[in-house]
Design a protein around this ligand. Sequence first.
Ligand code: AMP
Length: 187
Amino acid sequence: MRLVIMGPPGAGKGTQAVVVAQSLGVPHISTGDIFRANVSQGTPLGEEAQRYMDAGEYVPDSITNAMVRDRLSRDDCDPGFLLDGYPRTLEQVNELDAMLRSDGRAIDKVIELTVDTEAVVQRLLNRAQEQGRSDDTAEVIRRRLEVYFEQTAPLTSVYRERGLILEVDGMGDVPVVTERILSALSG
Ligand code: AMP
């Protein structure tokens, strides 16, 4: 199973991705988590990524694609993977296709979590208070949503044309949404 999970910031993507990946026995690959780990370790990649993240902007494709290429080449991805937060631009979609194609692989399904945008903003503001993420101020949250709707939401139509989209209602308690995702995947 080679999967992608998509949805606006605050849709609960990360939370669902962890549980779903575990239940399918594939690695959960979150580009946001990899960037954050690099920021906290003070690596050159982290230093480069941080200024984009703090502004709510996307890290440049060249940096992000190289990082994902490296991660997907590891042995633990042989049985599959769940990508969370990637691809986010058309160039990333194309690059992901190319990386997989070179090994005779392809994406099997794309889970699209749908949510009510107002509820999402509230969820992000709550998370900002609980976790103190530096990219979770009201202004940056608004910018992240804008960037998502401009650059990433349109990508679902690329995957829809390929017949890969599984649309899942992301509103509700975590276990309820997990169950919806797992049943969509097995259906
Ligand atoms: P996330 O935790 O997925 O919301 O990602 C947090 C931040 O990391 C984003 O707001 C971006 O600045 C950066 N980021 C994560 N994934 C990507 C990606 N695929 N392309 C560009 N930037 C990304």
